[in-house]
Design a protein around this ligand. Structure first.
Ligand code: URA
Length: 313
């Protein structure tokens, strides 16, 4: 029988870190995040001025699961522990930022993301919607109302253990922890304010495009372009010179030479790019807010009820 691993902290900390479940070292020492994952977290926290004792450490499930896999714990067994997590959070003196690490912690805290045993696509079989996981939520900031009705900021981030398998993700974790440290300095939820222009005519659109390119030509800001692909080809593209302005233009693809077909992670080839381009000379092109600054960015923008995400970060 694994050991019970209680939370670690006095309850007076302003930062709360939520993990999934203890591993071997945590089980032995009966303290959360004292093994490799904990050390990796401290590698990101220390450079932004945070020490272990600055955080209250907790887990969704307080026992080491079989083979370290939370999916071996039945949902019914987990439920009371999730309730208990919410109750423990409500007893903390004055938390400012809660950091769920990974899908399990985020799901337990907010209902966003998914538990490992839940389908990643939900909805009617015909159009199953992909449920956004931690990679889509990190970089955003949410609020959580605890059982005592206090509103607390939530900044989700990737579980440190994920970076053992995919070291490239570390870059994002470092950005997240920088933001967490910044947000600990104030209590309120400060979301970036943005202005969106939706050109209604082609003339207006070209005006925006010229403005965009003139800024870039003048060497003011880098031009950031983000192209989106879906099965079937190129769907939309964004261009921006500032993280403060999102342009939502209808743009003729061939008019921006900078958009190159890239063999992307979606596996689209230049052939399907060409096909999509020729099919839709004036396809709808959307500029998501670009992120030149980690502290002000929020990778989601909702336009007409649809979430768009900046894929540059
Ligand atoms: N991973 C977790 O999620 N929690 C721990 O306490 C240790 C590793």
């Amino acid at each position: 029988m694994p050991n019970f691993v209680p939370d670690d902290g006095t309850g007076n900390e302003q930062l709360v870190v939520i993990g999934e479940a203890p591993g071997r070292n945590e089980n032995r020492e009966r303290r959360p995040f004292v093994g490799a994952a904990g050390h990796r977290l401290l590698d990101w926290m220390n450079p932004v001025g945070l020490k272990r004792t600055d955080a209250y450490w907790t887990n969704v499930y307080p026992y080491q699961p079989l083979a370290n896999k939370i999916e071996t714990v039945p949902r019914a067994t987990l439920s009371p522990f999730i309730d208990d997590l919410h109750e423990r959070l409500a007893r903390l003196t004055d938390p400012i930022v809660i950091v769920p690490t990974g899908n399990t912690a985020l799901r337990a805290l907010t209902n966003f993301a998914y538990f490992p045993w839940e389908p990643k696509k939900r909805g009617p079989a015909k159009h199953k919607i992909t449920v956004p996981g931690i990679f889509n939520h990190r970089g955003s900031i949410y609020s959580y109302t605890d059982l005592s009705d206090r509103v607390i900021k939530v900044i989700p981030t990737i579980h440190p253990a994920a970076t053992f398998r995919a070291p490239k993700m570390e870059k994002r974790c470092i950005l997240d922890w920088r933001r967490i440290a910044e947000d600990l300095r104030f209590r309120e939820l400060r979301l970036p304010k943005r202005t969106y222009y939706v050109p209604k005519t082609m003339d207006e659109l070209h005006g925006h495009k010229d403005l965009l390119l003139s800024k870039t030509d003048a060497g003011c800001w880098p031009l950031v372009i983000d192209a989106e692909w879906l099965p079937g080809g190129f769907t939309l593209c964004g261009a921006s010179v500032s993280h403060l302005i999102g342009l939502l233009p209808f743009l003729r693809l061939s008019s921006i030479g900078a958009v190159k077909p890239t063999p992307t992670k979606h596996g689209k080839s230049s052939r399907s790019y060409a096909r999509a381009t020729s099919r839709s000379a004036y396809s709808m092109v959307i500029a998501t807010p670009m992120c030149s600054s980690a502290s002000t960015r929020s990778p989601f923008v909702t336009i007409n009820g649809t979430h768009w995400r900046c894929t540059t970060c």
